[in-house]
Design a protein around this ligand. Structure first.
Ligand code: MRU
Length: 381
């Protein structure tokens, strides 16, 4: 296998620069492969152990490096450290983590394997609390495994691998459908503001909010994206600007505090963001700062659209008040790439998400179409 080894090798997690096109890896063949499943056969050089390659987004845009995960714990670690992030991508990674864990199991019967799978699911479920896609994916894998009591251990391992790869493929298809529905809402000549990264990098490929952008662009519409830089993790600057720039879709990077200015000057015609969890009443949890953008949009009479797969809906929650908000390390606010940008010892806070009340959301775009208020009715349908 011809792989360019990166000089940086972690102690328990290897990093490689790979070009999926060179190998028989299960890759979308898309411009950006967020995550790749590799089946490995036993050879003279290596044990049979499948591998999940994860594009390490903490290194973008400076380096394109894939983490090579051969144990589910490495996938969990990659999710926690936000090497892979974005609600749908987290879900796919979790599913692949379960499949990888199953492949590594030495269980001899179904009950033993079920217990191991439960430990794996529990471990993966503790990585990030807000994006419901994580729990949705784990639930799907759990339920799939539960229905396999009549199969051999080898068959179960194979079926779980197939299930995870299927969820990955479906995510790409779902994003394309979201893009198609959403593109109808984008007028010719639109300037589209987005917050965070809800693009190919946040999904198995293509993206949700950026899926809408991609679809509108490929329809020949003359559009421009305004990308909020999205402090403190800079998903807008590092990821959204990167993927749009690579694809030749016009993008202007702005700092978060410029959004209101551009809206008030008539520079923004429409806003499209992704979501991490949407409650039954249409309240939307998304990257911290989304709420501010939504309120400014209302003040300036600009439509505010949310693009998300149905797996992001959590109809068990009546409102956004019940959505758990991830608190991340305040060092991610006081430091950038390990470099201090605030006085030593200063107290900082880091809620990673906020909740935008449904009254600010003009419409929610899913793979099934466009939902409008009242969301209690339209989402339930
Ligand atoms: O903390 P992150 O980078 O995982 O947050 C990502 C977002 O908030 C995205 O907007 C959301 O997950 C939708 S991704 C299609």
């Amino acid at each position: 296998m011809e792989i360019t080894e990166n000089s940086r090798y972690g102690s328990d997690q290897r990093e490689r620069v790979i070009n999926p096109e060179l190998f028989g890896l299960i890759s979308g063949g898309l411009m950006i492969d967020t995550i790749i499943w590799e089946d490995r056969q036993k050879t003279n050089h290596q044990e049979a152990a499948s591998c999940v390659h994860i594009l390490d987004q903490t290194k973008l845009p400076l380096e394109t490096v894939y983490l090579e995960c051969t144990h589910w714990e490495q996938v969990a670690d990659a999710i926690s450290r936000m090497c892979i992030r974005g609600a749908p991508a987290i879900g796919v990674a979790a599913a692949m983590g379960v499949a990888l864990g199953a492949q590594g199991s030495k269980a001899e019967d179904f009950s033993e394997l079920s217990k191991e799978l439960e430990v794996i699911c529990q471990g993966l479920s503790k990585t990030r609390p807000t994006a419901v896609n994580l729990f949705w994916a784990l639930d799907k894998m759990r339920r799939a495994a539960e229905s396999m009591g009549n199969l051999t251990i080898a068959q179960i391992k194979e079926r779980l691998r197939d299930k995870a790869v299927q969820m990955w493929q479906e995510d790409i298809d779902i994003c394309r459908r979201i893009g198609k529905h959403g593109a109808d809402l984008i007028p010719e000549g639109a300037s589209i503001l987005t917050h965070c990264n809800a693009g190919a990098l946040a999904t198995a490929g293509y993206g949700t909010a950026l899926g809408v952008v991609r679809a509108a662009h490929s329809q020949g519409k003359n559009i421009r994206v305004y990308a909020d830089e999205t402090r403190p993790f800079l998903q807008g600057a590092r990821l959204t600007a990167w993927e749009l720039h690579q694809e030749g879709i016009p993008v202007t990077l702005i700092t978060d505090n410029m959004a209101g200015h551009f809206m008030s000057r008539g520079k923004i015609s429409v806003i499209v963001v992704g979501a991490d969890r949407i409650a039954a009443n249409g309240d939307v949890a998304n990257k911290i700062g989304t709420y501010t953008v939504a309120v400014l949009a209302r003040e300036n009479g600009i439509p505010f659209y949310v693009a998300a797969p149905r797996s992001t809906l959590d109809l068990s929650l009546s409102s956004g008040a019940d959505i758990p908000i991830e608190e991340r390390d305040p060092n991610e606010v006081t430091h950038f790439h390990g470099y201090p940008i605030a006085p030593a010892g200063v107290v900082a806070a880091h809620p990673a998400f906020d909740v935008t009340p449904a009254r600010y959301v003009t419409a929610i775009i899913t793979e099934d179409g466009i939902s409008r208020p009242p969301y209690n009715e339209s989402l339930a349908k």
